[in-house]
Design a protein around this ligand. Structure first.
Ligand code: NAD
Length: 368
């Protein structure tokens, strides 16, 4: 299973739990990493094969993301070991058993993640009265429908203008992955005058140097067609997106897509990390050497978790968007200012900022 204590340090993890219920077959793990800033928000994943060490790393990533976003929430992650394609009745039984098992861990607020969704969160809420990412009918703000993370990305790229970025009006954008994050980023960027010159999905890349019709493309994709079959552009293979001549490149698909083997093919001046850890450490260093401004994932893709925190506090959709704008702008400003002053990579400045916030919050807690 790996070892959660590989990342054990002064921040956490605070709790590592193994949950087993023989009557339903539930097997799950929960890592509550740090709750100094408040009860932890983090996804509950359903997957057959996540190690405890990976769960602990994901929990730490949530500690940093929530602290960096200035939310009153710590970080945690849970994994239910099961195939997410289980028949609905079996899935419901497992999720309800899981919710019951964590009923007393009140400093953990579950959210949706890979293999779980708003319906799963409604079951959890029904059992224990706490979860985020709920259906609208239960006060939820559907973050992928409103494009919370894509909105934050657009705000971030706009904010980067005054830190060596570039004006959005006329900026040429390429987006890898046209799902919840990618398509909304495209929409919010187009509203700010940017031009989408290429986009890709798991089946191919579509390029149009004069600019793609973003709304028509979103509609095309919504109807289930492969992106590259869209008539208004030229089809290329899936990984050709990395070679596209553009100003801003947005990874919004999978981890580690920019690595030492392909980093020098990127032509953009700004990389805005929509996906989690889309570039290896070495690739981020190489981009910095080449003068490419990298906007770190957990600062600029925090729109989703900010939205979840607003939902938990009983806020509205409008409040969520305004909070995303305010927090992403402020935090990215601080990170890029620090990175410049200290001569470090933006990611290092972001980690330092998040760690300091958590350490400061820890000093406010009673010492026993
Ligand atoms: P999604 O499943 O809605 O969309 C993913 C898109 O990527 C799809 O269009 C898919 O076809 C495409 N894709 C998959 N493999 C690809 C490949 N190799 N090349 C090109 N395209 C590929 O997922 P999402 O919610 O948009 O999330 C995208 C990424 O952003 C994930 O890494 C996720 O963890 C991260 N993220 C999402 C949110 C959120 O609010 N949804 C928040 C923070 C981070």
């Amino acid at each position: 299973m790996g070892d959660a204590f590989e990342i054990s340090d002064e921040l956490g993890p605070e709790k590592v739990m193994y949950l087993h219920d023989p009557s339903t077959g539930l097997r799950a793990i929960l890592v509550v990493d740090n709750v100094a800033t408040g009860p932890a928000i983090g996804g509950t994943r359903m997957a057959p094969d996540v190690s405890l060490a990976e769960c602990a790393r994901l929990a730490r990533a949530m500690t940093f993301k929530n602290a960096a976003a200035g939310l009153p929430h710590g970080g945690a992650k849970a994994v239910i070991f099961a195939d997410p394609r289980l028949p609905t009745a079996d899935k419901e039984r497992l999720i309800r058993a899981y919710a019951y098992a964590i009923r007393e861990i009140t400093d953990y607020i579950p959210g949706p993640d890979m293999g779980t969704d708003e319906i799963a969160m409604a079951w959890v809420h029904d059992m224990i009265g706490r979860s985020v990412g709920l259906p609208r009918e239960l006060g939820g703000i559907p973050l992928d429908e409103i494009g919370a993370t894509g909105y934050g990305l657009a705000v971030a790229i706009e904010t980067a203008q005054s830190h060596g970025g570039l004006p959005l009006d006329g900026a040429r954008i390429a987006i890898q992955g046209f799902g919840a994050v990618g398509r909304h980023a495209a929409r919010y960027l187009a509203q700010r005058g940017a031009v989408l010159v290429a986009a890709s999905d798991s089946r191919g890349t579509l390029v149009q140097e004069d600019g793609l019709d973003v709304e028509a493309l979103i509609d095309w994709k919504r109807r289930g067609h492969p992106l590259a079959d869209f008539e208004g552009g030229e089809a290329r293979d899936r990984d050709a997106i990395i070679d596209v001549d553009c100003d801003v490149w947005i990874p919004a698909a999978r981890p580690d897509v920019i690595h030492e083997g392909n980093v020098d093919r990127l032509k953009a001046k700004v990389v805005a990390e929509g996906a989690n850890i889309p570039a290896t450490e070495a690739a981020e260093r190489r981009l910095a050497e080449r003068g490419v401004l990298v906007l770190p994932d957990f600062i600029v893709n925090a729109g989703g978790v900010i939205c979840a925190a607003v939902e938990y506090a009983g806020g509205s959709q409008r409040e969520a968007l305004s909070r995303i704008e305010e927090k992403v702008r402020h935090n990215l400003d601080e990170v890029l200012t620090r990175a410049k002053a200290e001569g470090t990579l933006p990611r290092q400045a972001a980690v330092d900022m998040a760690r300091e916030r958590v350490c400061t919050a820890m000093r406010f807690r009673r010492p026993w």
